[in-house]
Ligand binder design. Structure first.
Ligand code: SAH
Length: 392
């Protein structure tokens, strides 16, 4: 059953409420010397069984796989992955011609902490955030291939930069089965070229799918500014009927990708222009130029100790947009920082609005789509928050 870990008195409470992480500070004693990625069994201070999970030296010491006293063997993972697939099937995401890019396994949200699996039109890109998951990557790839059959062309593992720093494992990104060149995926009828080897995350911000769709209700005839545009996801949706679309990103490879994706859908269309420049610099001078602005910055805070700075960052960014957007303008504003709560984000936007003195209404509150489900016992899995604002 692996190494035994006993928690300090009182520290079992969050585990009894099914929170899937054991923090190192909660541990009273570790019996034996588990290696990173080993299966461990967690007990309370009275020696009562609590959970089994993957061990990891570091702040999150155990990622819990089960609250039942079972052996997480191949059959266990097969069942969990199968249930994740079934769930996507019930949402109509499997074998869907107009959406063939989606998240197949969303870590804690699918009761598989530490594992991310994305589906790109037949190519699976896996990412382990724990050594435990990394160690069984080949088994997971095999299970995915068995369960999805001919829908899968290749499985690529991209864990080099995501498995924890302490891991004494020379992880390298590689195909675990099959091989594939970059693919073109379809999302709500729009096409995107995905290169998982060079792209951020697993290649695409799949989590914005429904928010991009909502954007397309607001773009007709508008002058649209897509800040932090990356692959041009929002820009492509806007190009459907906008008068003008500007994509801004500080990275040259990102603006090249946005250009390429716009071309893939609309050919050479003079309505679209990309700017490779720092967002805050660009926003210094946009007075009355745009009717619709999208603000989708990278996570400003990765850790709680920089939370205040992050909130200031959101405030500054939103203030620049609210101040300068044309009257009657719309702002799609997001935060993907896990440590920034929905309430805190809204407060930052509130503070930004108050500073400008303009009338601002909230039209929609956005979140992540259902293929990025939030585990109700793990509030941290709700990371994407957004607001659609109407600025008078
Ligand atoms: N909206 C995108 C995802 C944005 S990811 C989508 O839907 O796919 C964040 C992007 O912000 C990255 O491409 C990164 O290159 C860019 N970025 C980070 N810091 C920036 C800055 N200071 N100015 C402009 N772009 C920045």
């Amino acid at each position: 059953m692996g190494t035994k870990i006993v928690l300090k008195s009182g520290k079992e409470q969050s585990i009894r409420r099914y929170h899937p992480w054991v923090f190192s500070g909660a541990i009273k004693k570790i019996y034996g010397e588990p290696l990173e990625g080993d299966i461990v069994t967690v007990f309370d201070n009275n020696n009562e069984f609590l959970a089994v999970g993957h061990y990891q030296p570091g702040s999150i010491a155990v990622r819990i796989l089960s609250f039942e006293d079972i052996e997480p063997d191949s059959e266990f993972f097969r069942e969990r992955i199968n249930s994740a697939i079934d769930f996507r099937r019930s949402m109509g995401l499997i074998d869907n011609d107009s959406v063939n890019v989606f998240r197949l396994v969303h870590g804690e949200g699918d009761n598989l902490p530490g594992l991310i699996v994305d589906f790109y039109n037949g190519v699976i890109v896996m990412q382990s955030h724990s050594v435990g998951m990394y160690k069984i990557r080949k088994e997971i790839a095999r299970i995915l291939s068995e369960l999805l059959g001919e829908r899968i062309i290749a499985v690529y593992d991209k864990s080099e930069s995501t498995i924890p720093f302490k891991a004494e494992i020379a992880a390298k990104n590689e195909f675990l089965s099959g091989e594939s060149e970059p693919v073109v995926v379809t999302e709500n009828g729009f096409k995107f070229r995905i290169d998982w080897t060079t792209g951020q995350k697993t290649g695409f911000f799949i989590d914005q799918r429904e928010n991009r769709k909502m954007l397309s209700d607001y773009t007709k005839g508008k002058s649209v500014l897509n800040m932090f545009g990356y692959t041009g996801g929002f820009s492509v949706y806007a190009m459907k009927d906008a008068g003008l679309v500007h994509s801004v990103d500080s990275s040259a490879s990102a603006t090249a990708l946005a250009d390429e994706n716009v071309r893939l859908n609309f050919g050479d269309d003079s309505r679209h222009t990309s700017f490779q420049v720092d967002a805050f610099e660009f926003l210094n001078d946009i007075k009355d130029k745009y009717d619709l602005i999208i603000l989708d910055p990278p996570a400003f805070a990765k850790h709680n100790n920089v939370l205040t700075n992050a909130l200031q960052g959101y405030k500054r960014l939103n203030m620049k947009a609210i101040e300068q957007i044309r009257p009657g303008g719309i702002i799609f504003t997001f935060s993907c920082s896990q440590v920034v709560t929905r309430e805190n984000f809204r407060k930052s936007v509130f503070a930004a609005a108050a500073n400008t003195g303009r009338n601002v209404r909230i039209l929609h509150q956005m979140s992540q789509p259902p293929d990025h489900p939030v585990n109700i016992y793990h509030p941290e899995s709700e990371y994407l928050k957004g607001l659609v604002l109407y600025v008078e």
